[in-house]
Ligand binder design. Sequence first.
Ligand SMILES: Cc1cc2nc3c(=O)[nH]c(=O)nc-3n(C[C@H](O)[C@H](O)[C@H](O)COP(=O)(O)OP(=O)(O)OC[C@H]3O[C@@H](n4cnc5c(N)ncnc54)[C@H](O)[C@@H]3O)c2cc1C
Length: 281
Amino acid sequence: REVLDWEISLIEKLGVEIKTGIKVGKDISLNELRKQFDAVFIGVGSGRGKKMGIPGEDLKSVYTAISFLMKANVDYVDDMLAPDVDIELPRNKKVAVIGGGFTAADCMYTSIRLGNETHLVYRRTRDTSSARQEEWDHLAEEGAILHWLTQPIEVIGNEKGEVVGLKCIKMELVPDEKGGRPKPVEVPGSEHIIECDAVIMAVGQGDNPLAYKDVEGLNIDKWNNLSTVDKKFRTNVEGIFAGGDVVNGGDTVVVAIRHGRDAAESIHEYLMTKEWKYGEE
Ligand SMILES: Cc1cc2nc3c(=O)[nH]c(=O)nc-3n(C[C@H](O)[C@H](O)[C@H](O)COP(=O)(O)OP(=O)(O)OC[C@H]3O[C@@H](n4cnc5c(N)ncnc54)[C@H](O)[C@@H]3O)c2cc1C
């Protein structure tokens, strides 16, 4: 966090004015910003927390990964980034984390450090998960309980509406006919319940088009992202650039930073020439 503060202070020293706490698309529209600025860069990410769509997931102690991680890190959940803002962190309880990627791993570490008995529930195997293999070793060392080839099908609640378990079914992997990743399929009759008091769903993030959905004529792809930018991070609407997760749907920090740097050069070029050559090199 100190490193981050230092980096932000360097940006401020360059003369950048930073306005926080403003939701574009709510507090101010992108069209309004376009009137005030010659160029606008959209870097709003693609990180809205989402759930799986299984029965019981609206119970009180079922969280999206984004809500859980925001609450644990900054004690605040932004309604722009997650649907479940009013959450209470589980401590010294039993928690089930659903997913097999880096976000699931982050939730596991955070949950363990809050004192919870923490279970990972993932429908594929360890080898076919998308997180680095070391993550699972580190988590096992910290006491995580890992359930591979296990698919949640329902969150079970009691009469008070509290979570008491996660109903799951065992899976097996079958080869993909098209040569892709092996596919998980259900093993009939293998339903079972993992006891828990809270469930965290780390099953990927959804779109967050609040900032740009009202811009007339802007090409938005079927995932509500801006993947149609050209190689210079220009959108099809003059003066609007975009980069990072909002363009690639979710990748890494270094890729987002690279997009930002390359887009800055491209913005400079546009401000110097005032020519909009969308699609050209
Ligand atoms: C749990 C988790 C773990 C991850 N771990 C790693 C990792 O270990 N290594 C790695 O390289 N990558 C990791 N990633 C991916 C990485 O975080 C992203 O690829 C990267 O942050 C994308 O940068 P970005 O600037 O495009 O978007 P973001 O970092 O998502 O930033 C977007 C910003 O825009 C703001 N915003 C959104 N909408 C609006 C609006 N309408 N108005 C105003 N502001 C808005 C958001 O509040 C946010 O501050 C992880 C992601 C998650 C969710």
